[in-house]
Design a protein around this ligand. Structure first.
Ligand code: TMP
Length: 205
């Protein structure tokens, strides 16, 4: 196992993935462990430009255009940040290839093989070591979505859409069970935070 793993946080809106990615980055900083942290869409200057374009409330792209923009943003991250640091520093990513399969295939119905083909073409030999899949129950999802302010284009989907995507994530994780750690985001944050740190420390040993 690589001592400089790629660690990915996935999950739907309100699942706590960004919170945990931020907690982990604070922990690594405190321990003086070198890492880089990215988010998708976004991550570096050019991909943040693409992020703004996709998520802007005034944008109204066709679903395949959205897909291609997410992939374009990913390519910028791969070429400018991930490939350079792969194996040299820990790489934390808030959303990665599974988001595209979950949202664009399971959510929007775009062909699975097409998405996988481009994802594979972009990431080449790069391997994700662990994915923390953050899951939220129906009650908390309703509550958390209702509390959101400043909604972007992708925050405005209907409740059932997010349920479909979360089920999609679960299907994806079943294909490669040993690379996924399920985080039940209905449990206390502190317990989950400690669990994530424990899992990461196992990887770094
Ligand atoms: P965020 O809220 O985690 O910053 O993500 C922004 C939105 O982008 C979120 O609704 C999920 C969506 N998304 C996709 O639909 N496909 C993708 O490939 C990625 C990376 C994100």
């Amino acid at each position: 196992m690589s001592k400089k793993p790629i660690i990915v946080f996935e999950g739907i809106e309100g699942s706590g993935k960004t919170l945990h990615a931020n907690h982990l980055s604070k922990y690594l900083k405190k321990k003086k462990i070198k890492f880089i942290k990215l988010r998708e869409p976004g991550g570096n200057i050019s991909s943040e430009k693409i992020r703004k374009l996709i998520l802007n409330n005034k944008s109204n792209f066709h679903k395949v255009t959205d897909l291609l923009l997410y992939l374009a943003s990913r390519n910028e991250n791969l070429e400018n940040s991930i490939k350079k640091n792969y194996g040299k520093k820990i790489i934390l990513i808030d959303r990665f290839i599974d988001s595209t399969v979950a949202y664009q295939h399971y959510g929007m119905g775009i062909d699975y093989k097409f998405i996988n083909f481009i994802n594979d073409f972009l990431i080449k030999k790069i391997k994700i070591n662990i994915t923390f899949l953050n899951l939220v129950n129906v009650k908390n999802l309703r509550l958390r979505l209702s509390r959101r302010k400043n909604l972007n284009r992708y925050d405005k989907f209907k409740f059932n859409f997010y349920k479909k995507i979360q089920n999609g994530y679960i299907k994806i994780s079943k294909k490669n069970k040993n690379k996924y750690v399920m985080i039940d985001s209905n449990e206390p944050i502190l317990d989950n935070k400690n669990r994530i740190i424990k899992e990461v420390n196992k990887l770094l040993k």
